[in-house]
Design a binder for this molecule. Structure first.
Ligand code: FE
Ligand code: FE
Ligand code: MG
Length: 165
């Protein structure tokens, strides 16, 4: 934590830290949702889906690390217990019950859309007020938009192949 890092933020840092911890919780849940999805995925193009899920899982974990680093600079403490993840997350964990690739993709697509709104909101709140958090949130937002596009593309190609809706 550094006083100057906090001082240059023209917003309520305590509130921001709470929000960053919510985002941190969501990243861990997103990580696990992708990771477990990659383990159970079945069906058409399952190898492709598994690879994409593992790649996204890794990227979600990188997001969690970026957020934890920013929390440290702002005097915040990252959630110290996994039981906080579900409590704090506004983007909820979507438990895989149907292991078809298509269903898993659709669940993760919904999660990505929630994540996009999360970082869109942090960008709006920090724009012109906290350049460093803004820059971080923008870089994560770009990744989430890319994730959403990747999943959407896979859903399209699976539907075209198997004709399922
Ligand atoms: Fe993420
Ligand atoms: Fe994502
Ligand atoms: Mg990708």
């Amino acid at each position: 934590m550094s006083d100057i890092a906090i001082k240059i933020c023209d917003l309520d840092v305590k509130k921001l830290n709470e929000e960053l911890n919510e985002a941190l919780a969501e990243e861990w849940l997103a990580y696990y949702q992708y990771w477990v999805g990659a383990q159970v995925a079945q069906g058409v193009q399952d190898a492709l889906v598994r690879d994409e899920f593992m790649e996204h899982a890794k990227e979600e974990l990188e997001h969690a690390e970026k957020i934890a680093k920013r929390l440290a600079e702002l005097g915040g403490i990252p959630l110290t217990h996994p039981n906080q993840w579900e409590k704090k997350a506004k983007c909820k964990y979507e438990e895989p019950k149907d292991f078809s690739s298509l269903k898993l993709l659709e669940q993760n697509l919904a999660s990505e859309r929630c994540a996009i709104m999360r970082y869109q909101k942090i960008c709006e709140q920090t724009h012109g007020k906290d350049y460093i958090t803004f820059d971080m949130a923008l870089s994560i937002l770009k990744d989430e938009v890319e994730h959403e596009q990747d999943l959407d593309g896979l859903i399209c190609s699976i539907k075209a192949k198997c004709g399922k809706i």
